[in-house]
Design a protein around this ligand. Structure first.
Ligand code: PMP
Length: 412
């Protein structure tokens, strides 16, 4: 395996099985899972409905390719199109978030006949050659070579950067002025703005609500497309909204929406939703051999049905709200914590240093809690449990995190 494929933890962990919000390692230790394999185990581990759908489909046929009619794919596409809020939507399935964003970039650049892309500072959109070219977070962008001309826009982080001290309204106004200024200095058309409504790898940072609606007005005047990368924020995780873009909803929906991670609850599904004229603008063939595979689509359908029938968005809002409050209380007396932010079950805890974040990750694992980290400086804890999280589990996780934070303080 390559050196750059990093593992978490000094004493590395092999997870062998899971159930609900818990996982077990090969030593038989049980953990409360507050990271879900990077926000991907969206509903629960070993959810019987998904397991059944996958095994039944696997018993029928594993693969056909999209050269033949694929019923689970069509059913899932219809549901995603309807949920997306994009009128006359078309859906294309891929196998990852990277491939979804790559497709969005292909569509936008072909539609607009331009390779100029606006992206946010501190962004992450995937690992392909095109995706790293729009990744503002330098620790995830191993090359500056790119097929794209990328212009980075202010606004992804509310509490850092030159506009951090402004009020929300003034912050938005300054970012919009920056965008206008940037566009005024650009030659030829710009294809699209791509943005994560809440930056994932960036440490669960976000602008004030309404920024993307304000951007949208400027973009629309020039025909520039808006791509919302919902790989982490989709499907109700943020509690208040089904999609992250809805926090900026006045001028929504976006022209293109990308998704991945949680929809398959671990089955490898990614995808792009776009207006028909944008999706259909390619004048050559294109195919993803594994995209839309019947087994992953069956997983997605069962998972989405469960999510909607059990109102997991509502659960994310209620239990996530409680967890956020609890973590704010835990953090209040600690100088080590510089910010607790987020919404729904997507909560970032920023610490004074990256070393402190590593120490808290270790101390949490020792006490039976798995969490993630991120941020431009690697100094933010990322907390994103499966959306079925119970109040008791939220309390338990918060109590462990409190101990882990205190242990990190004492550790120095
Ligand atoms: N976009 C966002 C916002 C992501 O967080 C990620 C993965 N961390 C990706 C795209 C890429 O997805 P994948 O790893 O499935 O290619």
């Amino acid at each position: 395996m390559p050196d750059w494929l990093a593992l978490y933890y000094k004493e590395q962990v092999e997870l062998t099985h899971g159930e609900g919000r818990h996982v077990w390692d090969s030593e038989g230790r049980r953990y409360l899972d507050f990271f879900g394999g990077i926000l991907t185990t969206m509903t629960a581990h070993a959810l019987p409905e998904v397991t059944k759908a996958v095994s039944e489909q696997a018993g029928r046929i594993l693969h056909t390719s999209t050269l033949y009619l694929d019923r689970p794919m069509i059913e899932l596409a219809e549901r995603v199109a309807q949920l997306s809020g994009i009128p006359d939507a078309r859906v294309f399935f891929t196998t990852s978030g990277t491939e979804a964003n790559d497709t969005a970039l292909l569509l936008a650049t072909a539609y607009r006949r331009s390779n100029q892309i606006l992206a946010m500072r501190n962004s992450y959109h995937g690992r392909s050659f095109s995706a790293v070219g729009i990744t503002g977070n330098r620790s995830w962008s191993p090359t500056s070579l790119s097929p794209l001309q990328t212009l980075y826009v202010h606004g992804g982080i509310r509490t850092k950067g030159p506009f951090a001290d402004l009020s929300d309204d003034a912050f938005i106004a300054a970012c919009v002025a920056d965008l206008r200024d940037l566009l005024g200095q650009t030659r030829g058309p710009v294809a699209a703005l791509i943005a994560e409504p809440i930056q994932g790898v960036g440490g669960f940072t976000s602008p004030p609500d309404g920024l993307y609606a304000a951007f949208r007005e400027v973009l629309q005047a020039e025909g520039i497309l808006w791509i919302s990368d919902e790989v982490q924020t989709g499907w109700g995780r943020t509690g208040e909204h089904f999609w992250g873009w809805q926090a900026h909803g006045e001028n929504g929906p976006p022209d293109i929406l990308t998704f991945a991670k949680g929809i398959g609850n671990g089955a490898s599904i990614g995808g792009v939703v776009a207006r028909a004229d944008v999706m259909n603008c390619l004048d050559a063939n294109s195919i993803s051999t594994f995209g839309g595979s019947p087994v992953t689509m069956a997983a997605g359908l069962a998972n989405l049905t469960y999510l909607l029938e059990h109102d997991l968005q509502g659960n994310a809002r209620r239990v996530g709200g409680l967890l956020l409050e609890r973590l704010r209380a835990v953090a209040a007396p600690l100088d080590l914590v510089t910010e607790v932010r987020g919404r729904g079950l997507m909560i970032g805890v920023e610490l004074a240093t990256a070393a402190a974040a590593t120490a808290v990750l270790e101390a949490s694992r020792e006490r039976g809690l798995l969490i993630g980290k991120g941020g431009l400086a690697g100094d933010a804890l990322r907390i994103a449990p499966p959306l079925t999280l119970t109040v008791a589990e939220a309390e338990e996780g918060a109590a462990i995190l409190e101990q882990a934070l205190h242990a990190a303080v004492n550790y120095g």
